[in-house]
Write a new protein. Sequence first.
Lengths: 338, 338
Amino acid sequence: MAKVGIKDIARIANVSLATVSRTLRTPDLVQEATRQRVLDAVAESGYRPNRMGMNLRTQRTGNIMVVIPDITNPFNADLIRSIEETASSHGYAVLLGDTQSSPESEKQYVDLVEVGQADGLLYFSGRNPFNINPDKPLLDQIPTMVNSNEELDLEGIDKVLLDNAKAAHEAVQYLLALGHTRIAAVTGPMNTKSANGRLQGYRDALEQAGLIVDDKLIIEGDYHIDAGVEATEKLLQLKQRPTAIFCFNDDMAIGAINVLQANDYRVPEDMSVIGFDNILYSTYVRPALTTVSQPVEEIGRLCAEKLIARLRGVHSEPSTEYVSHQLVIRDSTGPAPE
Amino acid sequence: MAKVGIKDIARIANVSLATVSRTLRTPDLVQEATRQRVLDAVAESGYRPNRMGMNLRTQRTGNIMVVIPDITNPFNADLIRSIEETASSHGYAVLLGDTQSSPESEKQYVDLVEVGQADGLLYFSGRNPFNINPDKPLLDQIPTMVNSNEELDLEGIDKVLLDNAKAAHEAVQYLLALGHTRIAAVTGPMNTKSANGRLQGYRDALEQAGLIVDDKLIIEGDYHIDAGVEATEKLLQLKQRPTAIFCFNDDMAIGAINVLQANDYRVPEDMSVIGFDNILYSTYVRPALTTVSQPVEEIGRLCAEKLIARLRGVHSEPSTEYVSHQLVIRDSTGPAPE
DNA sequence: TTGTACGCGTTATCAC
DNA sequence: GTGATAACGCGTACAA
């Protein structure tokens, strides 16, 4: 289509370019009559300001970059849904960076905001993608950003976090209260803060109960279903089997239950399983999953709101906001077997 | 940070702006020595071309807009993963438009590409967001785009589709072969082509088997788990209950199984359930779900490749590509009860 | 091979 | 209240 531009409108309405722009941006500054002439011309011709020109001139794109490891994980999908909803309501669009946990990919997407393809960054990874010169002020070297889920090792940026240790502590305490003493942990990648935090909570809870932590019962996973499958297979081979398995996310817990049932273990009579995240499917799995709920909608909203506030020029101190978890008890946990 | 621009590089390397640009875009056109001087200056200063300037000048953004109804549906999440992977490998980034099936939202995101915030459009909805003037050529009135999943009622654009009728036909035939004669259907929204196509296949299969279609056994859903729950509750209240339920996606099938088990029905002994999509969780639900598999990775890749080819100026006839489904038999279907 | 100059489409700063 | 005009940062035709 013969793209109609601001010049065409100016010609049709018999005004200058400036007046067209003003009519659209600051209508109050232009007289009723001329304003109407311009608006008529706009309506007639279907003119719409070109974003590339706008972006260059205003030095903003209206995009926010979201860097996240795995969009096929329902927790992350829910997170993005929430971010996108918030962003959209503020006039921002979401540029999606699904990195599959690849550091190169993370850097590549962060680059995009550094070269001005997006105004700000929502970063859900713990790996530092920046080359920081410690002698210069940090904020001069990184884009406007908010960090969440996996804590980044940087002081002075906005973060939205969950107290992983406390949440895990609570989950394990619940299992202890049910009489379990041999409790396994299927962790996330141990190079992440989330997995380390949860593992710390697990250890603390056991030790506070006077139990010794058996490293054989701790198996590293990667938050995918398959990891839950493999870890559980290993656990079942142990001479001293656990009576409960604490998986550091729901997907792995679903994998665990699957293996248990395939090997004729009853859940929770023979083995309790507890997850983390409270994804939608955890309700529909049999038995329904006991899990630690994260307020995913709130996390997404907070992240987007904080970022957008910064983009709008809010200059408060960078802060870390903690959101609260909740233990959701369903049917996959029960008293320890004799 | 004091942003370093192309002018700074030109000054440092003691060349003109043009030479800097050439060194970066068409290195062959610049002499070895000067090229090196420029590259050194670039490396030293950490200069990177600003995308807003680039975008305006080249009239392209490197973004593709993906408009999709619900990113929390695992099928769609897998789809986006595949799109993003393909796009990324071709140097494109994904602008995400999760519309939650809202027509306003669909229009709003399509607008974004029309005003030049993205170069092309991947459109996974059946609602026409354009105001088409039938007297003018279609391609002059719509952006470069590919349509998939829900077929759009427009001739002359690229599409990637599944033969829904055939796939559903096959699923129902399989149930018929197991001896089922009262087969329920939990559909998608009946204003979508996918649901209508699948329902047509369902009807055809029944009629070809000499059965009459009982409209009481057809319940409209919306592809969410809850719809499967509610539909199944209704079906169980019927005086003449079905012995099998064909859900038009896996999420609703998962909801159906949940209700059945809660009411002490055994699946598949008392009631068979079959889904559609073959999402990851269908393997891990108990019993594992029999379902019609869509090649989601292929769909995403094809969509992205077709679009990018167009963006690169390929001028072949617009075409509709059909991808093939596959019936995946697991444990949620069995012989009809006596 | 390199430099000059223009334009991409818009907004903002001046004058008038 | 409105109109020229200068940026925004870059790529490229043209001239040198």
